[in-house]
Design a protein around this ligand. Structure first.
Ligand code: ADP
Length: 160
């Protein structure tokens, strides 16, 4: 059985993330979406528990997906989950350098761990969690960018 791990901040999950989740889940027996709980990274808008819950709701009808959170090194988490494949998404050249650096680091410190990249679907090319938060902050229309549940959560968060 091949298990792959799709790690990220998912703050919050966008339709671009969801597209990668759907496509990757068809390629492996099991896909673990691993939400990074990293207190050193700048404070997220949603807590790790909220991000996990959002992803669980979004993927509730997909049966080979598990949502988990992790902290520390991704390769240590992968070892515990018995997985050797990392899935990441690539939007534009701007993603490349960071993603390549990350992949090479994980290759060096995680024996036998491989990273595979799925290219974005064209309509999600410019979609990121940061963009979505920026649009939500100023009350813009989020349709097509996130699910209705996420749009609602963003609206509530910024109306406080
Ligand atoms: P991180 O903080 O680890 O970069 P993100 O949640 O921002 O976490 O992204 C997780 C992964 O999903 C990254 O590989 C990122 O490039 C990819 N990703 C984010 N948005 C999109 C999108 N619109 N299309 C394809 N891949 C995406």
């Amino acid at each position: 059985m091949t298990t792959a791990v799709y790690p990220g901040s998912f703050d919050p999950c966008t339709n671009g993330h969801l597209d990668i989740i759907k496509r990757a889940s068809k390629m492996f027996d099991k896909l673990i979406v691993a939400v990074l709980d990293n207190p050193e990274k700048k404070t997220p808008l949603f807590s790790v528990e909220e991000r996990v819950e959002i992803l669980k709701n979004i993927t509730k009808d997909m049966d080979n997906i598990e949502i988990m959170s992790f902290s520390g090194l991704l390769v240590d988490f992968m070892k515990k989950q018995n997985s050797k494949v990392i899935v990441r998404g690539l939007r534009a050249v701007t993603d490349f350098e960071y993603e390549f650096q990350l992949a090479l680091t994980n290759q060096k410190i995680g024996a036998g761990i491989e990273t595979i990249f799925l290219s974005t679907t064209a309509e999600f090319m410019f979609l990121s969690s940061s963009t979505v938060k920026e649009v939500a902050k100023y009350g813009g229309d989020l349709s097509g960018m996130v699910t209705e549940e996420v749009a609602e959560k963003l609206k509530n968060r910024f109306s406080k």
